[in-house]
Design a protein around this ligand. Structure first.
Ligand code: ATP
Length: 348
């Protein structure tokens, strides 16, 4: 078991009348790559700012190695932040930007030089010491911002959408580089993004948030395969979400017929939400499926086709590598363990 490094206990934050965070309990383990994921305004940055000490919680406490740091000023915390807009100093060159924190701490000049060179090597920018910030590309600025944070040897690095300004190709490359850095340095990363693919690719643990509340926390596989509720299912990858009735354990009704499923414990004849991933629906011959429908559209998505099939007034999204003909009558086949049943939730 990895040791708990950082803990938020019952943390809430109120900005005037906006409840940015509600009763957040969050544990971050040593060397963990944990990602806060959710739509704009769900409270991700506020959590990061509370961990960094830039924001004070309205309620609750923050602990570092079991010591209460809620009242500790930011500069005393063993935490560094990489902001979305890298906040590099434009009037200083690359060397002075990276050396900034060490100069403030009055570290010996030779030690600073060695450390800055080591950091530049780590982010693959050796030889860039004397470059001005505005002569760097977005990706290079991003690396310098990381080097500037890492040179202080923080135990936790807080990263607020650090790749948001980069184009897709560079973002993918940096995702791999960041993950490699995190693993080789053994630093704990708390990462904020609204990009679900980024979260699933990089993290050990994903924390899905909505309206200031943690919806689900778990490994990327758990979050994707076993979403807790309709919000998580929808936010993490496209999903078909349809009303259903849980008739009894292992038997559910939707789209006008009964289906065997693997869930139980919902009671009898209870309204539920049914979630089915587009890649879990097979298009078969008209009479060979559980549902019958008509192909409404076929869109090529690079790796697969996205096919919309209308059946009983609902439009199913299917992802498949096999092309279909628009207007064809088809059958839809769904395996019991691909039918995910969720309690209906208020307000989602
Ligand atoms: P984004 O992805 O857009 O950055 P986020 O998930 O990081 O969003 P936060 O920045 O944490 O969201 O904001 C959560 C809520 O708190 C939002 O409704 C926001 O408008 C509000 N909020 C954040 N900071 C302040 C502030 N200083 N004053 C007033 N309201 C604030």
């Amino acid at each position: 078991m990895k040791q708990n490094l950082l803990e938020l206990k019952d943390v809430s934050k109120l900005f005037d009348t906006t409840e940015a965070l509600k009763d957040i309990d969050l544990n971050v383990k040593k060397n963990e790559f944990i990602t806060l994921l959710g739509p704009s305004g769900c409270g991700k940055t506020t959590i990061l700012r509370i961990i960094g000490g830039f924001e004070y919680p309205t309620n609750g406490r923050v602990y570092f190695e079991d010591i209460d740091i809620t009242d500790m000023p930011p500069y005393k915390r063993r935490v560094n932040t990489v902001f979305q807009r890298y906040s590099l100093f434009p009037h200083m060159d690359v060397y002075d930007n990276i050396a900034f924190g060490l100069n403030i701490k009055k570290v010996n000049k030779n030690t600073i030089k060695t450390k800055v060179e080591k950091m530049l090597d780590l982010v693959n920018l050796s030889g860039f010491e004397n470059r001005t910030i505005d002569s760097l590309s977005g990706g290079q600025q991003q690396r310098i911002a990381i080097a500037r944070a890492l040179v202080n040897e923080p135990e936790v690095l807080l990263l607020d959408e650090p790749l948001a300004a980069l184009d897709l190709k560079l973002r993918k490359e940096m995702q791999v580089e960041l993950k490699n850095m995190q693993q080789s340095l053994g630093i704990t990363f708390v990462y904020v993004t609204h990009d679900q693919e980024e979260a699933l690719t990089m993290s050990d643990t994903v924390v899905v948030m909505n309206h200031g509340v943690i919806q689900q926390m778990g490994s990327p596989e758990d979050i994707y395969n076993e979403p807790n509720n309709v919000f998580v299912a929808d936010f993490i990858g496209a999903s078909n979400i349809i009303d259903g009735i849980m008739i009894q354990d292992l038997l559910v009704e939707f789209s006008g017929r009964e289906f065997i499923c693997v869930d139980k414990g919902f009671g009898e004849n209870r309204p539920v939400d049914i979630v089915i991933r587009p890649e879990d629906i097979k298009i078969v011959d008209k009479d060979a499926g559980m549902l019958e429908g008509i192909v409404k559209s076929v869109t090529f998505k690079g790796v697969h086709y996205e096919i919309l099939v209308e059946s009983q007034g609902y439009t199913w999204m299917v992802h498949t590598t096999l092309i279909e003909e628009v207007g064809r009558k088809v059958g839809l086949s769904i395996f019991p363990d691909d039918i995910h049943i969720m309690e209906k939730e208020e307000g989602l």
